[in-house]
Design a protein around this ligand. Structure first.
Ligand code: SF4
Length: 371
């Protein structure tokens, strides 16, 4: 039986962070119940037979903002309709200030074994400037509750290149988080998205974003600090203690199949990429309507395998590519690979094709070759 992942989208947040363009609504408590009932129906009727679920990822939005009874209903519905592996990795995204001891206890009771906490920075001034709902103290409270209740796999999300963030601010955040010893740390560079409050603030010269040069210095500082402290850099923005790489995300980067349920959620199944609609009313009227974005032929699959795999720091394992496609990637992509190796962006190292350090800085140029 093949393994798949399940992604659940909870599109509710307490308030919108200034940089965020994710599909989420703030102050919409009255919409939650109807949404969850639609989601439960979608899980039930979109059932696929003969698969085993090896990861469940509840993301958003802020999944921890809704009553824990809904999370329980979602997990139960998945278990009623799918075979869920006993060792399944089950993650929920949590924002500080939206959980208490009781909520996390309930998560544990229903089998959630990984918590991903959105911190972004330990600096309260910066947190305020990006519209986060919490301060550092609130994060510490949340982290301590999760740890004390026995959660053994915690991710902390941080961001770099935040408005008015100095390299010292970032270093302080990294050092404080390392002291807490989470199993996994994600560090994303801020991307200024269109039509966000942050974009207006930048256009009005009310806040300043670090220059690209400084952003790169920040990135390499994070990489060095985390590696010195026992975290493996395993994907462009992700670091983990040995054995704690996010299975859900790793599966996506290995082009494994997953089903997404909920508003706008994306799926990859049998060579097809499809998603749900992203309009809430439309979703609630017809949650089974899928928008097909791509039906891949073999060559498109191979290209995408390269594109996704080159997000991993270990890169593409040549023997795995050969097993999957019965072809040698060094031959299939000889033109692209030669060009990128000559530009010192890619290296072929024994059984691996991977980004060089320069390739990490210019990863977009590498990925572009496989789009
Ligand atoms: S909590 Fe996350 S999803 Fe919600 S507004 Fe902030 S960044 Fe966006």
């Amino acid at each position: 039986m093949k393994n798949i992942g399940i992604y659940i989208h909870i599109p509710f947040c307490k308030q919108k962070c200034y940089y965020c363009d994710f599909l989420s609504f703030s102050n919409s408590e009255e919409k939650v119940d109807k949404y969850i009932q639609t989601l439960l129906k979608e899980i039930e009727y979109s059932k696929i037979k003969n698969v085993q679920v090896s990861t469940i990822y509840i993301g958003g939005g802020t999944p921890s903002i809704i009553d824990e009874k809904y999370i329980k209903e979602i997990i139960n519905k998945i278990k009623e309709n799918y075979i869920v592996s006993n060792q399944a990795e089950m993650t929920i995204e949590v924002n500080p200030g939206t959980v208490n001891e009781n909520k996390i206890k309930k998560y544990l009771q229903i089998g959630i074994n990984r918590i991903s906490i959105g911190l972004q920075s330990t600096n309260d001034r910066i947190l305020k400037e990006i519209g986060r709902i919490h301060n550092y103290e609130k994060f510490l409270e949340t982290y301590k509750i999760a740890r004390d209740l026995g959660i053994k796999n915690i991710n902390v999300d941080l961001m770099l290149a935040l408005p008015n963030q100095s390299i010292e601010d970032l270093q302080e955040s990294i050092e404080k988080v390392i002291l807490l010893n989470p199993e996994h740390i994600s560090v994303y560079s801020l991307i200024l998205e269109e039509n966000t409050k942050l974009e207006s603030l930048v256009l009005e010269n009310k806040v300043y974003l670090p220059e690209e040069n400084l952003e790169r210095q920040m990135y390499w500082l994070v990489k060095r600090k985390l590696q010195e402290n026992g975290y493996k850099h395993y994907e462009i923005s992700n670091f983990a203690k040995l054995g704690y790489e996010s299975k859900h995300n790793m599966n996506c980067w290995k082009q494994m199949e997953y089903l997404g349920f909920g508003l706008g959620a994306h799926s990859y199944y049998e060579g097809k990429r499809f998603s749900n609609v992203s309009n809430l009313q439309e979703y609630e009227k017809n949650s089974f309507k899928k928008i097909v974005h791509e039906v891949q032929d073999e060559n498109e699959k191979q290209k995408e395998y390269m594109l996704l795999g080159l997000r991993k720091i270990d890169g593409i394992k040549i023997s795995e590519f050969k097993n999957k496609f019965a072809l040698n990637p060094l031959y299939v992509f000889r033109n692209e690979i030669n060009k990128l190796v000559e530009a010192n962006l890619l290296a072929v190292d024994a059984d691996y094709i991977k980004l060089t350090n320069k390739g990490i800085d210019f990863a977009n140029i590498v990925w572009q070759e496989f789009v």
